[in-house]
Design a protein around this ligand. Sequence first.
Ligand code: HEC
Ligand code: HEC
Length: 270
Amino acid sequence: MYRLPKYFFVLVSIALASHGSLFAAEPLSVPDDFPAGPLGEVVRLGQLLVHETKDHPLSKPYVGNQLSCTSCHLEDGQDPQAGSFIGTASAYPAWSPREKRVITLEDRVLNCFMRSQNGVRPPNGSQVSVAITAYITWLSSGTQIEMNPKKPLGPKHVPPVDLSEIETSTERGKLLYKAQCLDCHGQAGEGTADGPPVWGPQSYNDGAGLSRNDKLTSWLKVGMPLGDPSLSVQEAADLAAYINSHERPHFKLEEHLPAHDKRGEYNAEP
Ligand code: HEC
Ligand code: HEC
């Protein structure tokens, strides 16, 4: 067989190395250090709030279920795939088709409280809001800004799986759930000490991203089983159909907005 000369590999390495610098917009990894001084303290607080959202005294009042941001944004959003926050801030402000307006990263953070956390939107500028937004922005250090004109989603988001060609079965999903998920998420999806609820009153509501089967499928594919994401697209789609076939809180916007005087102008007329 024809053997490539050694210098070929040298050339390839040089080409790859320069490719890296040509595409400086490529999202980077988690920064080594927190910023100095009080800013660093706020960034640390933000990480703590992402990790303990449902329990921390600052964020707990705004949470309406047994989830924390890290339940879906794995490893406090430092997982490279499942709900990664790495590079996210570089996509904002972004156009949001749902709100039909341009939203900031802070708005995006606060909206997750209403749907995924089934809670109440914390006021813009509140400590919770500033700290979490600072933490997510820190995870974008060094990433080139490229505002998203289509959707409020960052460069690392996992696109929803196209389910139009996939036939799903809640029956198959049920069997898979029993075999691979039940130990951690419970017989009735209610959660255990080893995993949060996946349906029922303590889960995300039907306005959340994961309540859509295509988004849950793509998230499961890169996120579960925890520590060993290994589902095929078909399995993830069957599981998503099964999980989302159960009851969960119904989203009504007015029930999730703060009092008028705390809402600010931006969301006065959603
Ligand atoms: C039940 C799961 C779940 C929980 C809990 C959750 N999120 Fe999310 N979040 C998602 C999903 C799924 C997306 C992507 C949504 C989409 O594709 O529209 C998302 C998107 C985001 C984004 C935009 C990411 C990007 O790429 O631009 C931010 C920021 C965010 N969430 C912040 C938070 C914060 C802060 C919390 C906690 C207060 C939180 N989320 C809780 C599931 C969740
Ligand atoms: C070893 C325990 C474990 C197994 C097995 C497991 N999970 Fe999870 N799962 C978790 C934990 C823990 C989280 C939250 C992540 C965190 O807090 O770090 C989670 C998060 C989730 C979430 C998002 C948060 C929520 O509760 O809605 C879904 C959905 C989910 N898992 C579904 C599944 C499915 C489907 C399977 C089976 C294929 C599965 N999990 C297997 C432990 C597990």
